[in-house]
Design a protein around this ligand. Structure first.
Ligand SMILES: Nc1nc2c(c(=O)[nH]1)N[C@H]1C(S)=C(S)[C@@H](COP(=O)(O)OP(=O)(O)OC[C@H]3O[C@@H](n4cnc5c(=O)[nH]c(N)nc54)[C@H](O)[C@@H]3O)O[C@H]1N2
Ligand SMILES: Nc1nc2c(c(=O)[nH]1)N[C@H]1C(S)=C(S)[C@@H](COP(=O)(O)OP(=O)(O)OC[C@H]3O[C@@H](n4cnc5c(=O)[nH]c(N)nc54)[C@H](O)[C@@H]3O)O[C@H]1N2
Ligand code: SF4
Ligand SMILES: [Mo]
Length: 697
């Protein structure tokens, strides 16, 4: 029996694995976040260990264009010679790295180190840029630090109001719904989603209110709520005076967003706006309430104005005096398994371990010392994911790309363009355990272990450090990425040794993070065995479950309210593209589908790519339930089967982005990015929908 956590999302539900004659069996385990629950993905997670097409040897593309098994030495030789050739032609940045938010802390850390000192490139970024980067940017600006939830998830249970902006956690983190029981009983759940999602449905029967905005208008909605708080004289003036700077400018801006104007822009009735504001105000601690939370998910964040929208959400929380108050707060619901830890230790283009800037001279000195290299040899900041991917194979751009824990051929915006860029490389190296769409485009594929076959640590959505433990041995030819990087570093004549034992890597990571924002310096594997609620910063054996109780992590200790930049880049609907395409998730499938499409129970349980259309819209367009519809944007098209649903706003259609072999919805999405965070506009783009075959190609 081995205690570990689920391989998928950032809730990191606790599970116990037992190994028997039939393979690995999963049992849920009681833990504060999942309270003994697992979703269907967690229950079935062990099925992937024996996927029939699992990659078990290195593969290399031969002269005929086929990927064929080769020895590790042959694969390494090809990689090393291509890296040398690319860097000879273009310089150090002739090689780039793309990481993933599912990698353990040990791997995320070592990947950043491998890029900077073995490959000597500044070009590293990762799929977390597609995930919570807008919330991270806004959180860093407002609070001086970005820990998705600066409080334990279970704190939600005591609140009188919880505002969920663009999160469908009933499908994306199902066991977390238990923490909303209290607020639903008290009628205080507010869900903002253009769809009546499973989470929006939790507001039914007097449990709260569902606001159904026009996509991309959350920013205006949030400013409208700030307006109502201020107009009602309900702002926490003492808190604003004592703990916040920059408030006056926000108040001036919010004054312009009176309810009727907001209603016109968002499509939400004035009465519903007032109801939401009233719930929040009466829950606020300074009004004698039990507390309130404002939480954002990808629906609010994955826009070209995502950082501004999260800034407005934080402004609303500040108006009510929530951040840094026990029982209240603002948080972002991080998505990937190690989406939090993966963004702290150096996979981000501009970052060193401990969540520090690669341009900060003090951080550079310290990390260079831990790594045993000269500070001057560390490269500078690289490029955010969309820009990095777009540069591949172009004149002067990278000619070799390493991919670890991501499937950008499916999950990048305007994915056909991403695939073109991947095809333009001299060498694409992909580490994976399944032949993902990106792996199938690779020149070299290296097989790695799965979660139940490896040791490491993960940092969950509440900044809690968790141990991932090995229950079974991986297939014989599979090599751990820590070993792969060490072996490649040696072959690239890197002057320093790379540790391969996760425990040793973790100790090094802890040292490298010392003094940083995400400081793990007092943590170690033994402490993680004994103290399970260990939230960072870990500068003592107690960790820090709740941040900001005394001060924010800004130089003056005050939170910074900012006027959100009102430039919105959501594509305007027009006669040729009269509908918004919304994208997101279904409960049974995970991300690009690389993993869950290989779990038979999940494939049987849910189609991945039906297009949800409102019945009124369907009638207008001549679409029937079960018929095929062609969806077309400026960038591409896809044909999907129609499911009628009156849960959507009529001017929206919804398609999950989990690839099912036919519908690759990211061929349509908009690669426009947020100017601060680099987040692409995944959530809404303008499309035309018609019966398949009737739209000119
Ligand atoms: N089943 C499942 N669970 C997962 C994942 C998965 O792939 N599958 N992935 C994990 C990861 S990495 C992440 S990031 C999280 C994501 O978790 P969520 O943020 O909960 O998931 P999404 O479905 O992407 O988006 C949430 C909602 O945003 C709504 N939305 C779309 N446009 C807008 C808008 O303009 N405004 C508002 N307010 N809402 C909008 C959609 O209708 C959708 O219901 O889930 C994690 N958990
Ligand atoms: N249209 C649209 N697009 C989206 C989104 C959306 O809502 N709408 N959401 C975005 C978000 S929030 C996210 S997080 C991204 C996710 O985007 P992806 O990068 O596509 O995520 P995954 O499908 O999880 O891909 C992870 C890959 O890494 C492999 N893997 C898992 N663990 C390891 C490991 O330890 N080592 C290695 N080498 N490989 C491993 C898996 O098998 C899988 O092939 O998609 C983004 N794209
Ligand atoms: S909610 Fe997330 S962590 Fe929990 S079982 Fe489901 S996928 Fe796994
Ligand atoms: Mo994500």
């Amino acid at each position: 029996m081995v205690d570990t956590h689920c391989p998928y999302c950032a809730l990191q539900c606790a599970m116990t694995l037992s190994v028997g004659a039939d393979g690995v069996a999963v049992q849920p385990r009681d833990f504060p976040t999942n309270r003994g629950g697992l979703c269907q993905k967690g229950w079935t997670s062990a099925q992937l260990l024996s996927a029939p097409d699992r990659i078990t040897t290195p593969l290399m593309r031969d002269a005929s264009g086929e990927l064929r098994p080769v020895t590790w030495e042959a694969a390494y030789d090809r990689i090393v010679s291509s890296v040398r050739a690319a860097q000879g032609a273009v310089g150090a940045d002739g090689v780039a790295v793309f990481g993933g938010g599912g990698l353990t802390n040990e791997k995320a850390y070592t990947l950043g180190k491998f890029a900077r000192i073995a490959l000597r490139t500044r070009l590293i970024d990762y799929n977390g840029r597609f995930c919570m980067s807008s919330a991270a940017a806004a959180g860093n600006r407002a609070f001086g630090v970005d820990r998705g939830l600066p409080f334990p998830l279970e704190d939600l249970g005591g609140a009188d109001a919880v505002l969920l902006v663009g999160s469908n956690l009933a499908d994306t983190m199902p066991p977390s719904v238990v923490h909303l029981d209290g607020v639903r009983r008290r009628g205080g759940l507010i869900v903002v989603d253009p769809r009546r999602s499973a989470t929006a449905a939790l507001t039914e029967n007097g449990s709260g209110v569902h606001l159904q905005p026009i996509p991309g208008t959350d920013l205006v909605l949030l400013l409208g709520l700030v307006h109502l708080v201020l107009q009602g004289g309900a702002a926490d003036e003492a808190y604003l005076a004592e703990r916040v700077s920059g408030w006056d400018a926000v108040a001036t801006e919010a004054a312009l967003w009176w309810p009727e104007r907001v209603s016109r822009e968002t499509g939400i009735p004035v009465s519903a706006l007032r109801q939401a504001a009233d719930l929040l105000v009466s829950a606020a601690p300074h009004r004698g309430g039990r507390g309130a939370y404002v939480l954002t998910g990808r629906g609010a964040e994955q826009h070209a104005h995502g950082t501004a929208t999260v800034t407005a959400a934080i402004d609303l929380a500040l108006a009510l005096g929530l951040p840094g108050r026990p029982g209240s707060g603002y948080g972002c619901l991080t998505g990937q398994g190690n989406g939090q830890g993966g963004r702290e230790h150096g996979q981000k283009a501009d970052q060193l371990p401990g969540y520090r800037s690669i341009t900060d001279p003090v951080a550079r000195q310290q990390v260079a010392a831990v790594w045993g290299v000269d500070e001057a040899d560390l490269p500078g900041a690289g490029l955010p994911a969309v820009e990095l991917l777009d540069r591949l194979g172009r004149p002067g751009g990278p000619r070799v790309l390493f991919v670890h824990g991501a499937n950008p051929a499916v999950s990048g915006p305007d994915a056909a363009r991403v695939r073109d860029r991947l095809a333009a490389l001299d060498l694409l190296v992909v580490c994976d355990f399944v032949p993902s769409e990106t792996a199938r485009l690779a020149d070299v594929v290296l097989p790695v272990p799965q979660w139940a076959e490896e040791e490491g640590t993960m940092t969950s959505l509440e900044g809690r450090l968790l141990r991932r433990r090995r229950a079974v041995e991986p297939p014989a030819e599979v090599r751990d990425e820590l070993r792969i990087w060490a072996e490649l570093a040696q072959r690239l004549d890197t002057p320093v040794r790379f540790a391969t034992d996760p425990r040793e890597v973790f100790e090094e990571l802890c040292r490298a993070s010392e003094g940083g924002l995400a400081d793990y310096s007092a943590a170690n594997y033994d402490l993680l065995e004994s103290v399970t609620p260990l939230h960072w910063p870990v500068t003592s054996a107690d960790g820090t479950p709740r941040l900001f109780l005394d001060r924010f992590a800004t130089p003056d200790g005050r939170a910074r309210a900012s006027v959100p930049d009102l430039v919105t880049a959501t594509e305007r609907l027009g006669p040729d593209s009269p509908l918004h395409l919304l994208t997101g998730r279904v409960l049974q499938h995970y991300q690009s589908g690389a993993q869950t499409s290989r779990v038979p129970d999940l494939v049987r349980a849910a189609p991945r790519s039906a297009v949800q259309v409102h019945p009124v819209t369907a009638q207008r367009l001549g679409l029937d339930e079960g018929s095929l519809a062609r969806i077309t944007s400026e960038r591409g098209d896809a044909v999907a089967r129609v499911v009628l649903s009156d849960h959507l706003r009529p001017e929206c259609v919804f398609v999950p982005f989990h690839f099912d072999g036919e519908v690759l919805i990211n061929d349509l999405t908009d690669p426009a990015t947020d100017p601060v965070s680099g987040m692409p506009q995944f959530k809404a783009c303008a499309v035309q929908v018609a019966p398949a075959g009737e739209v000119p190609a």
